[in-house]
Design a protein around this ligand. Structure first.
Ligand SMILES: Nc1ncnc2c1ncn2[C@@H]1O[C@H](COP(=O)(O)OP(=O)(O)OP(=O)(O)O)[C@@H](O)[C@H]1O
Ligand SMILES: [Mg+2]
Length: 258
């Protein structure tokens, strides 16, 4: 699976939000998108998920214009994880996870198949939510709910995973576990992940490449080392950065605002 994004322009009302976005994400790649609040990260993920329609530009999935896939095919292929979950959905964790299997189910199927049960069981264990399966969504802590919502994307077994701020509510161990799982799943199966994140440290640990978005434009793309050792982070965020090196990784530490 590969994605090619070509010259995407997107407007809310008459305001240009995405301005000529061109990006490629290759097989097995974890691309992280960073950038200030309001830069357009969520909008770009929603365009790739086909939740929003761009005014110009095309997204190609395995060389094919994504508008040419039928909606069911696309729903099976792409999973977009919204950071805002409606926890008032009157559902148990198990049934919420099961809804991710709809694209796999046969049209008249009423009960879950063996494959559905196996997928839910495997992912629930990996995300440390197997003890929560009978709980209702409104009875979970913020971090538990976030793990459930991310897990749901993987229950779908999508080819393309789009994660918007997946780490916001997670403690440090789960931040690492979740992103490690994503990386392993994606790189071992030649799928694609695009992750929008604010935490530069997590990006330095788990991104294969990082794209920096600012005012609706991609201003830098490269390995964490390339991106973080350039001045682009200081320029885009308006903060002074010290770069520290640990285990061969370059980690930007913001030290003061400019
Ligand atoms: N529904 C909407 N109608 C009008 N403008 C919107 C809408 N949603 C977002 N915007 C604007 O589009 C721009 C990009 O928003 P977007 O949510 O993509 O940014 P982001 O990079 O995800 O920011 P954050 O880091 O805060 O999540 C912002 O200026 C925002 O105010
Ligand atoms: Mg956002």
């Amino acid at each position: 699976m590969r994605i090619r994004i070509r010259d995407i322009e997107f407007y809310y009302n008459s305001t240009k939000i995405l301005d000529g976005i061109t990006l490629e994400v290759g097989e097995g790649e974890n691309l992280y998108i960073i950038g200030p609040n309001g830069a357009g990260k969520t909008t770009l993920l929603k365009v790739i998920a086909r939740v929003l329609e761009p005014l110009k530009g095309v997204v190609y999935i395995d060389g094919k214009d994504y508008r040419l896939y039928n909606p069911r095919e696309l729903a099976k292929m792409i999973s977009y994880v919204d950071p805002h979950v409606d926890r008032s959905i009157p559902s148990t964790v198990y049934h919420f996870l099961l809804t991710a299997r709809y694209p796999h189910q046969k049209s008249l199927q009423i009960v879950e198949s063996e494959d559905d049960v196996v997928a839910i069981d495997r992912v629930a264990k990996a995300f440390g939510i197997d003890h929560l399966l009978d709980r209702r969504l409104d009875q979970l802590s913020s971090g538990e709910l976030q793990r459930v919502v991310i897990a749901r994307a993987f229950v779908q077994e999508p080819e393309i995973v789009l994660l918007d701020e997946p780490s916001a509510f997670l403690d440090i161990r789960y931040r690492m576990e979740v992103l490690e799982y994503v990386k392993r799943f994606i790189s071992s199966s030649n799928r694609v992940a695009i992750v929008a994140i604010h935490d530069l440290y997590l990006a330095s640990l788990y991104a294969d490449r990082i794209a920096v978005l600012s005012n609706g434009r991609i201003v830098a793309v490269g390995t964490p080392e390339e991106v973080f050792s350039s001045r682009v982070i200081e320029d885009v965020y308006g903060v002074k950065i010290e770069l520290i090196q640990i285990n061969g990784r370059y980690i930007p530490i913001p030290v003061e605002t400019r």
